[in-house]
Design a protein around this ligand. Sequence first.
Ligand SMILES: [Zn+2]
Ligand SMILES: [Zn+2]
Length: 445
Amino acid sequence: MTRITFYKGLREIGGTFVAVETENAVCMFDFGFAVSGRCDDSVRLRRESIVEDYVRIGMLPAADGIYGEKQAACLGLRPYGQDGKDRFFFISHMHIDHMGGLGMLAEQMPVYMSEDSLRLYRRLAAMDDIQVLAHENCIGIPYGQSFSRGNITVEVLQIDHDVIGASGARITTPDGTIVYTGDYRFHGFHPEATRAFGETCRGADVLITEGVSVSFGDVDMLSLTEPEPNIPTEADLQQEMAAAAREKTGLIVINPYNRNVERIHELIGTFAAAGRTLVMDPVQADYVAEFYPEDPICVYEKTLNGRSVPGNFRVVTLSEILDAPERYVLQLDYQDQYALLDLKEQVSVYYHMDGAPLGSYEESYQKMTSLLEYLGIPYEYKGLGGHARPYFLKWMADTVAPKTLIPLHSFRPEQVNSERAGQRILPSEGQTVVLERGECRLETA
Ligand SMILES: [Zn+2]
Ligand SMILES: [Zn+2]
């Protein structure tokens, strides 16, 4: 018998935490922070009890078998390594709501992820761009390959999302096959990977899918027969940026999310073709150089923040930009917003491209836009987001055609539906679904 327990992240966007348990192994995914209205960056973290505090305010799950001895004892939980089962994690991608808690796990816990996710994770840790602690015992698996622990086998499959290294998993136990999508989209650089994911996983017993895009309004998914028109793609965005690079007369500032490394790599070429050099902060530059070592890398002297950079990075000075603003595009993280004070006369436009603060629901968002307004800098939103539109969520469920569909990672998971799914289960927090001979039922207490 396989038990699938749904701890967190069911009716919220973030903090998905599910455990697939057999007689001898437990595969868990993902391990990000739940969105907690009780957490505030203005409150000092208590270094000696970060794990305990995060669990106690609901940012991390109160679960047995995952934390170290000291933390587990304080929380009244069973620590890692004491139930005789082979416990491990699979992490779908490097977004904070899916991986932010990794450093809080017991040190010995094996954590699997795609090879590219691990490459990015190592750089995040090296650049101090990580939540408090880095987890050491991580294992990278190339796309398309699988690994086994106990009687659970996990196949790591590429899926397209707005972060490099994104993957989903096909998990096989003696009782059946469980597919977990992680986050995905069809408007990115690799829609064919998302399609292949669905086709490869056709006929799975269980499909656990994200449902972010049906969170914010009424959607009758079963009535959707074709995609909505004109969904902007990453390719469209590159074209828009090419046009802007040619038409704008001054400096262009962009605020992308630095983990969407492929977008930045493409932008370097797009801007170069339009006669402009993309100048980055050293953290963004590091991620690009890790994955695209052939790219010419330019960093801005005013956002070095005391970091030294490799000799093959070119440092661009403020006076170079002041002399010829029309020849540059500046990538600016929100943390470096005051760099605009030196450049406000030269900036033609500020493009917000999925960087932090992510949206108007974040407190800093109003502050960002109000500073831009004060400086007289035009603001334009040029984000794409990373989540499949509702028609495509249905496409995924229709294509996999699972015996059991389990939507989560959505404010309204009940809006994710498919006529081709045998049944749908909407578990609530803490509930367990039992999988036996390919069939699922909700466990009753
Ligand atoms: Zn994501
Ligand atoms: Zn997510």
